[in-house]
Every structure is written in structure tokens, then in C-alpha cells.
Design a protein around this ligand. Sequence first.
Ligand SMILES: C[S@@+](CC[C@H](N)C(=O)[O-])C[C@H]1O[C@@H](n2cnc3c(N)ncnc32)[C@H](O)[C@@H]1O
Length: 237
Amino acid sequence: MEQSGAETPSIAYKVFTFEDKKENTQESLSVSIPEVLDPQYGMYVWPCAVVLAQYLWTCREELRGKTVLELGAGVSLPGVVAAKCGAQVILSDSSNKPLCLENCRRSCEANSLSNVPVFGLTWGEISPNLVLLPKLDIILGSDVFYDPEDFEDVIVTAAFLLRRNPGAQFWITYQVRSADWSIEALLQRWKLICVEVQLDQFDADQSELAGSTLPGCHSVQMMIITPRTEDARWSGI
Ligand SMILES: C[S@@+](CC[C@H](N)C(=O)[O-])C[C@H]1O[C@@H](n2cnc3c(N)ncnc32)[C@H](O)[C@@H]1O
């Protein structure tokens, strides 16, 4: 149940430090994420988030100057990392979850990010907020496929944005919760393809990342979703 907003939430700040081990440089990035002590979904960092954030950290050169939208951001670890790496980031969460939107703003404040717009964007809804977005390069989704009832809505939103933004990609992390769940048929229906990025390619094949105990024993996959090539030039939406 959503809190009324009248009470002050109990917040704990969790620090994530990303380091460049392969290059053996001194480069590192620390971000502080306020987690709300509440069992709701968007109130704390999920195992998927630290894996996606690690991927963003390894792609930091590529991110600089790009426009990035995070869907279902919750406490927005990936979005904050992308912004700290020099991307122009927009954060979104469900229009029906004002407390999650508040979390996005709190995460930005905790990391001195003053130019990050935060707004309500509910998957599957073609709302004015969605239609009025600026040109995007990358869309992020950390653990947005956690309830099969929402899978198609997430994909509808992604398909809409990918076709409006030729060349854009949807970078997701997916926590394997059931062997019976799959997004494959939906990707086909919406003319999208998906390429898995192996975790060892970006040093995420570990149970502890960025100085945290996440992703722990959870099985997380990193994938890049794009329009199917023969449809790539179609931008009819
Ligand atoms: C499992 S949490 C993941 C949060 C965050 N991305 C992470 O990995 O730490 C799912 C997020 O999706 C958001 N969400 C749930 N249903 C949604 C919907 N229909 N439209 C947009 N966001 C939604 C929730 O509010 C929550 O923040």
C-alpha cells in the first residue's frame, strides 16, 4: 500500500563504488542511493540494478553526451550512474507511484544531480509524457520484467520508443525467477530482437559488485533489445 506521504520515511543510504579493474587505472565512481525501509518494489536497489549499473560504468565513454531514459527506475541506481558518467538522463516510474518518483528525485539529490527530469510513465500507456520525450539514444530497464502480467506493457513502451528513435537501444537486466517466463514471443510479436551480453564481458559475473552484496545468488542476465533489422527503417509509430 502506498504511504500517505505525511509520515517521514525511514531512509538508509547505500554506497556503491565502481572501479576500473581491467584497465588497472585509478578511475572509480561512488554513488549514494537512499533506500526506503519499505517492502514496496521501487524503494530499494534490486540485484538487476547493480548489474546494469556495472555495465553502464564499463560503457562510460560511450555514454557521455547521450540521452538516456530509465523506465521503472525506483531508486534509480543505473540512471544515477549514467548521469554521473556524463549522459543526459531522464528518470521515470509509474504515474501511479508518487513515492517511487520521490525516490528518483531523492537519489538525484543525494548525488548532486540537479538537471535530471523525473516524471510518471506507466508502461503500455501512450501518454503525453511519453509522446513529448526528447530524442533518446538509450533506454534502461532494470528488473522491469518481474511480473509476467506487465511484460507486454513494458515491451509496447519500448517498441514505441525504439521506433520513434532510430538507432536507439533498450538495455535491460532480467532476473531469472521462473523457467516458465520468457519475453521471446513478445519480442517477436513487437518485431524486436534481443542480444545477451555475457556478464564476464563486463566483470559482473560475481556475487558482489560495486562494494555491495548484490546481486548475491540471484541469476541476472544483461540484454540489448533493438528493432528487428528488416523493420529498422520503419518509423510509423
Ligand atoms: C522490481 S522494481 C525495480 C526497480 C529498479 N529499476 C531496480 O532495479 O532497482 C520495478 C519498478 O517498476 C516500477 N513499475 C511497476 N509497475 C509499473 C508500471 N506499470 N509502469 C511503470 N513503472 C512500473 C515500480 O514502481 C518499481 O520501481
